[in-house]
Design a protein around this ligand. Structure first.
Ligand SMILES: Nc1ncnc2c1ncn2[C@@H]1O[C@H](COP(=O)(O)OP(=O)(O)OP(=O)(O)O)[C@@H](O)[C@H]1O
Ligand SMILES: O=C(O)c1ccc[n+]([C@@H]2O[C@H](COP(=O)([O-])O)[C@@H](O)[C@H]2O)c1
Length: 206
């Protein structure tokens, strides 16, 4: 994407990236996406927001929110630009991005919000609660993901930017399956997350 196409946001405002996800577990695909977008869009910070109850994943068991939150903290702790928010976990109930963005914008009135999402999630956005209002609260940035087409078809003009990031064919589903089978997840997730999965015996019985 050319520099001239980048949304500049409000004059003098901080630029806050928002990376929402279930992070069960967080992996290097998430981290590379956030890091690339932070650099390309000159973001001051990226806040990772683990879901409370991801209603579109109700067909499977999701790990405890505290485990997903702690893995996200471990994975992001060494990057001074990254932080983690508990807002979706502490709100309780099903997680809707409309609530995430409303809460973050009132907590950060000095900031423009940039919501980062992979190609798969972007293609589902019109199924999200209050989809049309989402684009008034944040600029959306869709990133490439192996196996998924990146498109802004049907989304508001000017509301979404599409960005190519280094291709990492990693998914949380695959990480969980690997742990369940006794296969390694070293180098797919940060070292501290491998240790945490082991310590808490996550994904063993799946
Ligand atoms: N490898 C990847 N490359 C780019 N974006 C990714 C990648 N993995 C996940 N994302 C994006 O990160 C966000 C959070 O994803 P999520 O926590 O659901 O991970 P996931 O790997 O898709 O999980 P699962 O396999 O359990 O569905 C989503 O917007 C998703 O599209
Ligand atoms: O708002 C919604 O209705 C909605 C439905 C599905 C997913 N989302 C958000 O999309 C992000 C990625 O979700 P997931 O389930 O792929 O980890 C995360 O921030 C979710 O809260 C949001």
């Amino acid at each position: 994407m050319g520099e001239q196409e980048m949304p500049t946001g409000g004059r003098g405002k901080r630029r806050l990236g928002v990376m929402g996800g279930t992070f069960d577990p967080i992996h290097h695909g998430h981290l590379v996406a956030a890091s690339e977008v932070a650099a390309l869009f000159h973001l001051d910070e990226v806040v990772f927001v683990p879901t409370g109850q991801p209603w579109q994943k109700s067909d499977r068991a999701v790990s405890a929110a505290e485990d997903r939150y702690l893995m996200t903290v471990i994975a992001t702790a060494s990057n001074p630009q990254f932080s983690v928010s508990r807002i979706d976990i502490d709100r309780g109930g099903a997680t809707y991005t409309i609530d995430t963005l409303r809460d973050l914008s009132s907590l950060n009135s000095d900031s423009d919000l940039f919501f980062i999402t992979g190609a798969d999630a972007l293609s589902q956005i019109l199924t999200w609660r209050d989809a049309e209002e989402l684009f008034s609260l944040a600029h959306f940035i869709g990133v490439t993901r192996p196996g998924h087409d990146l498109t802004d078809d049907g989304l508001p003009k000017g509301g979404v930017s599409l960005v190519e990031v280094p291709a990492l064919a990693i998914s949380s589903t695959d990480c969980r399956a690997r742990v369940a089978q006794g296969d390694p997840v070293w180098y797919l997730v940060p070292d501290g997350v491998v240790r945490y999965i082991d310590k808490r015996q996550l994904y063993r019985g799946e």
